[in-house]
Ligand binder design. Structure first.
Ligand code: NAD
Length: 507
């Protein structure tokens, strides 16, 4: 079998993606979490490179914004076709760099294809309203115009889908894009940029509408601070959002924040436990707990608690942890040593708070089967907690599922909402009153609230994002496109008089 490096090279070659190797001190290292080995070392973008990328994107915007939206959609349509053609190639890179199992990596690329389709349809539906004017002979309406350069900053765990959610919409909306991917996943970014460049060339669009810059925090900060970047769409930790938001606000730029989650599922007495167990296991252990929507808390009614914990533990015992390329493996590696250490620290803290680890949590794999080397595989953990202590209120980006209990639904909803984050949520119940209460104004306070499915695995058709420390942004479907455009309100007087609004008489 080819080495991981050779597999990455082959996938890049099939996508005609050229990697600029870095030989200076300023490099981005692509390291596979599967073994910890280095795949490639790339040159990091210098401050001048970033400046040039923003200038080129700004220049390209002048022409792109007046191309009719359905014509702009041609690029996105072609990108969708190229992604379909190279679905397995790009998925292979996602597995190599982010450690996702093949099925989830393909799912991520499918999500990109889906959003391209959505954006193409959207290009003919960038609707503005016409409102009734209070003045005779007047028309009141709104129009939506392209916004400018969109700076996309993305996280390691969805290395390609988040880019496509932003870029497909931004391009049909008439914006141009400068993308700074996570420095953990630079190769997937090179591949996406190469496919988009090809799409531009194929349909005769200016490839400068999309710019890729590589690097770590300093590159992100430069995008954040540059007034030519009209919208900073940033996906990552709450810590990152807390750093970015005030800087963008200080220059009156726009921010779209997609930050951390601390997602919970309430399991009610009437729940279909077969469904609940499957939903919980996929949401909590899938992607090795490294999704923003990963299930981190189960709030179970005391009457079904023991049975639920037993059944979820039994299902966890069946999960194969290991090389994400292998058939039958459902849980791949953590991204790096730091993720493993953070997980272990959280488990220790939970236990010192009175929690009991009822399943997993330890390191597995490696040549001796006990876990060694530079790859970090863990058994997903289940921890019963006596209360929602401070460690439960944090997002630990690893597969830890805390189990809490409740007696009344009011109590469950209160526990559910008593964390700083507000991304995704679920209730498992067959009681319609409970389900509706969970979705009501005094129910879940999250941007995503589900009934009888888990917290992860959203479709692109709905708006995606969350409240509170999750940042308030919405991406992907529904009317999320409005964040990528500016709205103008127009009043047109087609009469020969000039009546003033609110009945004002001015001579
Ligand atoms: P991270 O915050 O470490 O990095 C995310 C991106 O922000 C990277 O590109 C990084 O280089 C950049 N960055 C970090 N600090 C910055 C700063 N001060 N200025 C500018 N750029 C900066 O996150 P990560 O470890 O890559 O990803 C995991 C986190 O992302 C989790 O918290 C997860 O919940 C969150 N996430 C959220 C969503 C969502 O849609 N809500 C989706 C995926 C991931």
């Amino acid at each position: 079998m080819a080495t991981l490096e050779a597999r990455a090279d082959a996938a890049l070659t099939r996508m005609s993606a050229h990697v600029e190797s870095g030989d200076t001190s300023d490099v981005v290292v692509s390291r596979s979490p599967i073994t910890g080995e280095v795949l490639r070392t790339l040159a990091s973008s210098s401050s001048d490179d970033v400046d040039r990328a923003i200038a080129d994107a700004r220049k390209a915007f002048d022409a792109w914004r007046v191309v009719p939206a359905p014509v702009r959609a041609g690029v996105v349509r072609r990108l969708g076709a190229l992604l379909t053609e190279h679905k397995d190639d790009l998925a292979e890179l996602v597995t190599l760099e982010a450690g996702k199992i093949t099925s989830e990596a393909r799912g991520e690329v499918q999500e990109m294809i889906d959003i391209c389709e959505f954006a193409v349809g959207l290009s003919r539906q960038l609707y503005g309203k016409t409102m009734a004017s209070e003045r005779p002979g007047h028309r009141l309406m709104e129009t939506w115009h392209p916004l400018g350069v969109v700076g996309v900053i993305s996280a390691f765990n969805f290395p390609v889908a988040v880019w496509s959610w932003n870029t497909a919409l931004a391009l049909v909306c008439g914006d141009t894009v400068v993308w700074k991917p996570s420095d953990a996943t630079p190769l997937t970014a090179v591949a996406c940029a190469a496919l988009l460049r090809r799409a531009c060339v194929d349909v005769g669009a200016d490839p400068a509408i999309h710019q890729l810059v590589q690097g770590s925090v300093a590159v992100g900060e430069q995008l954040t601070d540059d007034p030519r970047v009209a919208l900073v769409s940033a996906t990552g930790s709450v810590r990152m959002g807390r750093a970015i938001a005030p800087r963008v606000a200080a220059r009156f730029g726009r921010c779209l924040l997609e930050l951390g989650g601390n997602n919970a599922a309430i399991v009610a007495p009437s729940a279909d436990l077969d469904l609940a167990v499957r939903g919980i296991v996929f949401s909590a252990a899938g992607t090795a707990g490294q999704r923003c929507t990963s299930l981190r808390r189960v709030i179970a009614h005391t009457s079904i608690l023991d049975e639920l914990v037993d059944r979820v533990s039994a299902a966890y015992a069946q999960l194969r942890v290991g090389n994400p390329f292998e058939d039958g493996v459902l849980v791949g590696p953590l991204i790096n040593a730091n993720a493993f250490d953070t997980m272990q620290t959280a488990l220790e803290k939970a236990q010192s708070d009175g929690g009991t680890v009822v399943f997993g949590g330890g390191r597995v794999g490696g040549s001796d089967g006990d876990g060694d080397g530079d790859a970090y595989y863990v058994t997903p953990a289940i921890v019963r907690m006596p209360a929602q202590t401070s460690v439960v209120e944090e997002e630990t980006f690893a597969p830890i599922l805390y189990v809490l209990t409740y007696e009344t639904l009011d109590e469950a909803v209160a526990l559910h909402n008593a964390v700083p984050q507000g991304l995704s949520s679920a209730i498992f119940t067959n009681d319609q009153r409970e389900a509706e209460r969970f979705l009501a104004a005094d129910g879940s306070d999250c941007g995503i609230a589900n009934v009888n499915i888990g917290t992860s695995g959203a479709e692109i058709g709905g708006a995606f994002g969350g409240e509170k420390e999750t940042g308030g942004g919405r991406e992907s479907g529904s009317d999320s496109w409005q964040a990528y455009m500016r709205r103008a309100t127009n009043t047109i007087n087609y009469s020969d008089r000039l009546p003033l609004a609110q009945g004002v008489d001015f001579g």
